[in-house]
Design a binder for this molecule. Structure first.
Ligand code: PGA
Length: 302
């Protein structure tokens, strides 16, 4: 038995701290307390017999020994991942777990896809994470999900992205709003209106900002919120106008509680993309889901 015999958990924790270069961020990511993270690192350093991090105030960096342990932990993570994949292959295509992360707004249609998928493949377990675009990009970077569904293709060349569904952005008002019945409203008129918007880091917000910049326009954003549901309720309550994916307001529009305004230049046309890391060997279950999603939306891949 070698003297350096870390536990797998210690290496997992170390990996995240090494990637984040920050104990607070690492503990948030791991859902652990900061002392628990520090303890794991301390025990790992005791096992190595050398410090693995240089700590300068809030900033930490890897020591030479830390770099060696990082290489080791990455090799172990890869071997475990490959083994898991081989085991899944032995079990057959219809079993295993799908790790899917989707943009907050995609939750409005992905639930239907998942329900149909579960009916077709009842033995597949699914872990779904619903979060904003910025976090999805971080997750892809850290190789956490099998694949991601997001509102625009990332510019990163190490990712495969495929558009599979339209995702128009619309401006909504409460049902009785003074603009509700008007047609072809010039966008400049909206300068006098108040808006409720998604948070920075959301794909919807990024698309709105790009659009406004391209038009040389400024809207009066009075509040930002991390949830489409909160935006819808605020608009219904008369707080202002909202810019959201048309897919997120179908029910409220049908009930007459929200109205999609007829603005010149709208909707902003966008697409949903399925994104995975280039070169990542997808598990059989992940491939199955990708094909299912694309078929459901009438796109087929080889
Ligand atoms: P969001 O992403 O939910 O983070 O806004 C969806 C999108 O890009 O449309």
């Amino acid at each position: 038995m070698p003297k350096f015999s870390p536990t797998f958990r210690q290496l997992q924790v170390f990996n995240i701290v090494a990637l984040e270069r920050n104990f607070t961020k690492a503990s948030e990511k791991l859902h652990l307390s900061q002392p628990a993270v520090s303890l794991q690192i301390k025990q790992l350093e005791q096992s190595a017999g050398l410090p693995l991090f240089d700590r300068l105030g809030n900033k930490i960096s890897l020591t030479e020994a830390g770099e060696e342990v990082l290489k080791c932990s990455q090799i172990i993570a890869k071997v475990l991942g490959d083994t898991e994949e081989s085991i899944e292959q032995l079990k057959g295509f219809n079993r295993g777990r799908l790790y899917l992360s989707v943009a907050t707004t995609a939750a409005y249609f992905i639930s239907r896809t998942l329900a149909d998928f579960a009916a077709a493949y009842p033995e597949v377990a699914v872990s779904l994470d619903v979060t904003n675009r910025e976090t999805l990009l971080e997750q892809l970077d850290d190789n956490i999900p099998d694949m991601v569904v997001m509102g625009e293709a990332p510019s990163n060349k190490d990712l495969n992205s495929l558009a599979f569904k339209e995702n128009p952005l619309v401006i909504v008002a409460e049902g009785e709003h003074s603009l509700a019945k008007r047609q072809s409203i010039p966008i400049e008129e909206l300068r006098q209106q108040s808006f409720v918007s998604r948070e920075k880091g959301s794909g919807t917000r990024a698309a709105i900002e790009r659009f406004l910049e391209s038009q040389g326009l400024h809207f009066n954003f009075i509040m930002e919120m991390t949830s489409n549901e909160a935006i819808k309720q605020s608009v219904i309550a008369g707080l202002g106008l909202g810019i959201v994916s048309a897919q997120s307001v179908e029910l409220e529009v049908e009930m007459g509680r929200l109205v999609i305004l007829d603005i010149v230049g709208f909707p902003i046309l966008r697409h949903w993309y399925i994104v995975s890391r280039m070169g990542k060997k997808l598990s059989p279950v992940a491939k199955l889901f990708e094909q299912f999603l694309l078929e459901q939306h009438k796109i087929t891949i080889d």
